[in-house]
Ligand binder design. Structure first.
Ligand code: KG4
Ligand code: ZN
Length: 336
């Protein structure tokens, strides 16, 4: 079964063709990052306009790369929540148009369910149940993946998402958007012990909090500026990256070990080398398996939406042509 997946929830316009949920046939991604970088972050109005311009050509390219036409596609899967509302609407409206014109069935996909499916495209043998840490610019969720379409959220970020914290600390250090990869690069060779960062407290066992860390970094930079001192940027970047990756890896491996299940990471932040290294070491110590998506599937892409869409399709999830987009939605919500 061939599914066409469409993703437009933030700053990537993407379409992809996936076979039977597992085999990536094509994946076209048009990123808007260079344009948003001029403003230090994603400008929603610009994102919506670019999605509208790009979605047609990107979808045509994905079909051409797959060597097929819309006729060969069995169903169209689209991200309908959560995300920037105008950006989501561009993809949802386009997908509805495709289905209206072709008579294909429409499958609504939750963005985080998509990030989890990026693992199925990378690891052919991986099947639920497992524990997944979805870490992106908008989310930090510890998820018990009970089945392909059944999820229980064990914990989450109570304030800033991990990627958001990376982006904000990067801005404080004068680095461009998106900040995660920039901090990671700067941290190489930095001394993480020069600056002491606090250990954030959360009441939920698998909740995390990053806003205190972000404020601590800001205070270090501001205090140095007031004293006319230079900060050692690579050392602060290393301290921040170390702290965040320590917290995330410890929480994930504890959650997975408690459930005696494999541990997985996914989402834009999951490409982080330190995070993956620490998870791998801790998982080995705990005697559990650890999985991460292929690098090119960590960030937003249509392939993960097509894969998740396949499993939703099998489970009977369908949308009619009055499907709406939603800026926020719990990932356990089932589309009625
Ligand atoms: O999943 P994603 O592409 O979009 C959302 O759904 O939000 O994630 C983007 C986030 C950004 O905050 C970006 O800074 C972060 O992923 N990111 C990283 C790295 N690469 C991207 N964070 C830490 N280390 C990285 N190497
Ligand atoms: Zn994402």
């Amino acid at each position: 079964m061939l599914i066409l997946g469409i993703e437009s929830s933030c700053d990537e316009t993407s379409a992809a063709v996936v076979k039977d949920g597992r085999e990536l046939i094509s994946n076209t991604v048009a990123t808007q990052i260079p344009e948003h970088r001029l403003y230090g972050g994603v400008v929603p109005e610009i994102a919506s306009r670019r999605h509208i311009e790009n979605i047609g050509p990107v979808t045509r390219q994905a079909l051409a790369d797959a060597g097929c036409t819309l006729d060969d596609i069995d169903a169209v899967a689209v991200t309908y929540a959560p995300g920037l509302i105008g950006a989501l609407l561009a993809g949802v409206s386009f997908a509805k148009g495709l289905c209206y014109g072709s008579g294909k069935e429409l499958v609504p996909v939750h963005h985080l369910r998509g990030h989890i499916a990026s693992l199925y495209l990378t690891h052919p043998g991986l099947e639920p149940p497992f524990v997944a840490l979805a870490v992106s610019g908008g989310h930090t969720h510890m998820i018990l993946v009970e089945g392909y379409t059944s999820f229980k959220v064990l914990g989450r970020a109570v304030d800033d998402a991990a990627g958001e914290a990376f982006d904000k600390v990067a801005r404080t250090l004068g680095l461009p958007y998106p900040g995660g990869p920039e901090i990671s690069k700067l941290a190489v060779g930095g001394d993480p012990s020069r600056y002491k960062l606090p250990d954030p407290h959360t009441s939920g066992e698998f909740d995390v909090s990053f806003s205190g860390l972000k404020t601590a970094c800001l205070n270090i930079v501001n205090t140095a500026a007031m004293k006319g001192e230079e900060i050692v940027r690579e050392d602060l970047a290393a301290a921040f990256e170390q702290k965040v990756t320590d917290i995330l890896s410890r929480r994930l491996i504890t959650a997975a070990a408690e459930h005696s299940l494999p541990a997985c990471v996914c989402g834009g932040v999951s490409v982080n080398g330190e995070l993956q290294r620490k998870c791998r070491i801790a998982a080995e110590k705990a005697g559990i398996e650890f999985y991460a998506p292929d690098r090119k599937l960590c960030g937003d892409n249509g392939a993960m939406i097509a894969s998740a869409g396949y499993y939703e399709y099998i489970a009977g999830t369908r949308a009619s042509l009055d499907l709406n987009a939603y800026a926020t939605m719990e990932m356990s919500t089932t589309h009625e």
